[in-house]
Write a protein that binds this ligand. Structure first.
Ligand code: CP
Length: 326
């Protein structure tokens, strides 16, 4: 068990070793149990987290804010548009100054080609940990919550279990590709055979694919790519189907929307979930485009674990904050 995580950043999924992720999960399960028993967990008394948002959020904001309160500290909600960032505060200045005010700085910045770089620039200047609340490349806390949920539903021995990470059609907006990228990087380390399923235009970043292949090789798991949603779902133990934008192909939102429209049939419905194993779980980080990305019957049905998944955001985040900010 690797417990010395004090002062560490969590920006990319592989920033923590497998053993360190196992530590996070053990602490998260303990915090979840303690919360169920109404036991106090004041590991971060009088500590303050800055939550800097460049993009909207329901779960991330709520779970980080509640999590800091459960740990005996406080979370300051800061929207970039209400700061002086647009008037010239640089990432270095944010890191230097917030690093002196706060005990940790959590940032959500999903702008394509900008977000991850911004987090890394703040991290270089900050004396306190930087926590990635989602960028254009990674969504590590979502992925940790997903892993915790999979272990709860499928047990700790995940070898030879098939997880399909599938693209799905959505009309609301072009969602970042950070969730599937985090999943293909982290899940092979825990024994899952990952099938990435997506139309040809919705490839993940080549460097992420290379890293995911390396992880699968290192941990002796299968990693394959298919371009047919039915094929991807076949015999899956875990179905994780969500939309992401075609940003690698085109930064043009209109052009991206035209490409997406071609794949309206990529929905998770009862027929399709029926192709997976009978005890398969359906996962989605939310928000979902209901009856476009996934039918009500599936997301509200017996396979769905989306609310446990959302709850676990809070427990894994509390674990990482307690380990890095104490
Ligand atoms: N899953 C997730 O990150 O949700 P929010 O965008 O609401 O924070």
């Amino acid at each position: 068990m690797q417990t010395f995580l004090h002062g560490r950043d969590l920006i990319g999924d592989l920033d923590f070793s497998k053993e360190e992720v196992e530590t996070v999960l053990e602490v998260a399960f303990d915090l979840k149990r303690k919360r169920a028993l109404n036991e106090l967990t004041p590991y971060l008394r009088d500590k303050v987290l800055a939550m800097l948002f460049f993009f909207s959020s329901t779960r991330t904001r709520g779970s980080f804010e509640a999590g800091m309160a459960h740990l005996g500290g406080h979370a300051a909600f800061i929207e970039s548009r209400t700061t002086q960032i647009a008037h010239g505060d640089t990432p270095k200045e944010i890191g230097e100054i917030f690093g002196r005010y706060f005990d940790g700085i959590a940032i959500r910045h999903c702008d394509w080609g900008i977000g991850n770089q911004y987090l890394n620039e703040v991290a270089k200047a900050s004396r306190t940990p930087i926590l990635n609340m989602q960028c254009d490349i990674y969504h590590p806390f979502q992925c940790l919550a997903d892993l915790m949920t999979i272990i709860e539903k499928k047990g700790r021995d995940l070898r030879r279990k098939k997880m399909v990470v599938s693209w799905a059609y959505a009309a609301s907006y072009q969602k970042p590709m950070s969730v599937p990228q985090s999943l293909v990087l982290q899940m092979p380390r825990f024994g899952l055979d990952v099938t990435l399923c997506r139309p040809p235009e919705f490839k993940l970043m080549p460097e992420i694919m290379k890293m995911a292949e390396e992880q699968a090789r290192k941990f002796g798991t299968k990693f394959e790519v298919v371009e047919d949603m039915d094929e991807g779902f076949k015999d899956a133990d875990i179905v994780y189907a969500k939309s992401w934008g075609a940003m690698v192909h085109t930064p043009d939102a209109e052009e991206g929307a035209k490409i997406i429209k071609k794949y309206e049939s990529w929905i998770t419905d009862e027929r399709r979930i029926g192709l997976a194993k009978s005890d398969a779980i359906y996962m989605h980080p939310l928000p979902a485009d209901r009856n476009i990305e996934v039918t009500d019957a599936v997301i509200d049905g017996p396979h769905s674990v989306v609310y446990d998944e959302a709850e676990n955001r809070m427990h894994v985040q509390e674990a990482v904050m307690a380990l890095t900010m104490s």
